[in-house]
Unconditional design. Structure first.
Length: 98
């Protein structure tokens, strides 16, 4: 999910800005199922709004590929890496370490 990683990078590179808290709230909401105030998205500039829409679009397609809670942790801590869980032939498998 390129948009997810871009949103997390934005959170880490622009701490203290409105975009950071909005993206953090959005990712936490997607990750946990909590409610999110959509009016926060309308306060973003167009490029950040477009990124938020891409996060939503990609999340809809790929949410099943992430361990619950890992996205929220990655948004809060730059040291947490977001790796997708590999799905092969309908079986859930952890990524192999190389």
């Amino acid at each position: 999910m390129d948009a997810l990683h871009a949103a997390i990078k934005t959170i880490h590179s622009r701490p203290g800005e409105t975009i950071s808290s909005t993206f953090s709230d959005l990712l936490r909401s997607l990750d946990s199922g909590e409610r999110f105030d959509l009016t926060k998205l309308y306060q973003l500039n167009y490029a950040d709004f477009a990124l938020a829409m891409n996060v939503l679009k990609e999340w809809r397609l790929d949410a099943f590929r992430y361990e619950p809670g890992v996205v929220s942790r990655a948004a809060a801590d730059p040291g947490v890496v977001v790796d997708a869980i590999v799905l092969q032939y309908g079986r859930l498998e952890e990524p192999s370490e190389v």
